[in-house]
Write a protein that binds this ligand. Structure first.
Ligand SMILES: [Zn+2]
Length: 478
């Protein structure tokens, strides 16, 4: 992708090409099948339920914003900055400088502007919610009267071609130069008559009155009290980023991209599903569980299953029936109840023995040292279908989540084997074997290959009554 990013940073790529590359990438991600999680979710951070899939359009906008940050940097004067300013001043013939960034144009208003600069303004509008503008009081004279969200008549911005072609575009154009105050209507008519002697005076008078009414009160007060001084309009733009205020010039492509993704990101719909299903009132605990999906030392197939469970995208028989892919929604193993996700992983009668004698039994010993009020608040279904998040005293939270993930994986594996071969595997044996196998693998990887015994101790042995190690040999107490 780096070749694409480089090209995007310097040239424009047509929308159809961007869309087609993006489509290929997303289809590849979903193995050319149906897209199970919304695109606006998977572009998000992994700890929010996304997959951090790069969005080509937003990446392009971030490169444009970086270009703009370089432009705002006054230290160096390059030829390209003059060319850029020339094109900006030509937009709608406003002759605007930096104040152009306070205006709001529609796509059609920017026709004729080279594509690269067009994208630059689109990028600016996309990030505008995060921009903090610091203006000086005497900037009032430099403000533009048209396409300005602050100058509105009947809730609409003004766009008066006749005023613009008479070069009346800024507050300074309707103000006296040596004394405070706005020009009288006679002067305005004169300016119009310099261009065209046959002007409709009554229309200009009406429009000028309207214009003065549309200007914000504080601007009017300032003009009435102060003389016009020729100044260069140089506002300070800052970005509000993760509770910090950053000078726009020092913004990086990554910061701009993160902000654009944050704006587009859609919270996983499954957050609401699980909150209702498990009756969880604490919004943060349902959101924090996403972090536990991507922890190290889990195998990719377990991580994938956790991701799918948390997103509620497992194809249970209830779902297959709903989309017409199955004649029945009854659980194929117990043949008693509808197989929804809770039935598949917890409530199936065939799982009762495993659940009580293995999962709950060992969970109780893993959680035995946690404070009694925490223990009493823990609900089995909630722990089993989500995850514990950090901060439970005297508990190896990593291992509890690891243990739960492996148990869920074995339940799912056993079901898949049954669907393929109709064989009912001993779930407890499968789970014990899988746990031992994966723990041994991590033990070998961390202690023998990477020589990081401390990490193995921290994640697997610390406060773990199910596992002991003596002289490099693992002892499984389950
Ligand atoms: Zn069942």
């Amino acid at each position: 992708m780096s070749k694409l990013w480089y090209s995007l940073s310097v040239i424009s790529i047509p929308q159809w090409a961007r869309d087609s590359i993006q489509k290929e990438c997303t289809n590849f991600l979903w193995n050319f099948g149906s897209h199970l999680v919304s695109y606006k979710t998977i572009i998000g951070e992994k700890h929010d339920g996304g997959l951090k899939i790069a969005d080509i359009y937003l990446k392009m906008l971030s490169f444009r914003l970086k270009f703009l940050a370089k432009h705002f940097c006054c230290n160096k004067d390059f030829l390209w900055k003059h060319i850029f300013r020339y094109f900006l001043s030509k937009i709608q013939n406003l002759g605007a400088g930096m104040e152009i960034f306070l205006l709001q144009f529609k796509k059609t208003d920017l026709e004729g502007l080279p594509q690269f600069y067009n994208e630059l303004l689109c990028a600016w509008y996309a990030i505008k919610d995060y921009i903090i503008v610091t203006e000086k009081e005497n900037d009032v004279f430099n403000y533009c009267l048209f396409f300005n969200p602050k100058v509105q008549r009947r809730n609409k911005m003004l766009n008066w071609k006749d005023f613009i072609s008479a070069s009346i575009t800024h507050v300074k154009d309707i103000s006296y130069e040596v004394i405070p105050g706005f020009l009288p209507i006679s002067c305005i008519v004169e300016i119009f008559q310099e261009q065209n002697s046959e002007v409709n005076v009554s229309l200009i008078t009406k429009n000028y009155k309207d214009l003065l009414l549309s200007i914000p009160e504080e601007w009017k007060n300032y003009v009435h009290e102060n003389e016009y001084k020729r100044t260069c309009f140089q506002p300070n733009f800052d970005i509000s980023y993760r509770d910090q205020r950053i000078v726009f010039q020092s913004g990086t492509v990554q910061i701009f991209y993160n902000l654009l993704v944050q704006k587009m990101f859609q919270e996983p719909v499954s957050n609401i599903y699980w909150r209702d299903k498990l009756d969880m009132n604490d919004k943060s605990s349902i959101e924090k569980r996403w972090e536990t999906v991507w922890v190290l030392y889990k195998t990719p197939d377990i991580t994938e299953l956790d991701f799918k469970i948390f997103h509620n995208i497992i194809f249970t028989y209830e779902k297959l029936f709903k989309i017409g892919k199955s004649d029945s929604k009854i659980c194929p193993i117990c043949m008693l109840e509808c197989e929804d996700i809770m039935h598949l992983f917890i409530r199936c009668k065939e799982l009762a023995e495993f659940k009580n004698n293995f999962v709950i039994y060992h969970l109780e010993s893993l959680l035995k040292d946690c404070e009694s009020d925490v223990f009493n608040r823990l609900n089995f279904e909630e722990i089993f279908m989500t995850a514990l998040h950090k901060g439970i005293k005297n508990v190896n939270v990593f291992f509890v989540n690891y243990f739960i993930s492996v148990c869920r994986f074995c339940i799912y594996r056993r079901r898949q084997i049954f669907l393929q071969s109709e064989k009912k595997i001993d779930i407890e044996r499968l789970c014990r074997y899988t746990l031992r196998h994966y723990i041994s693998y991590n033990h070998y990887q961390l202690t023998v290959l990477e020589k990081k015994m401390n990490l193995f101790k921290k994640f697997f042995l610390h406060r773990n009554p199910l596992l002991k190690e003596t002289e490099g040999i693992l002892l499984f107490i389950f």
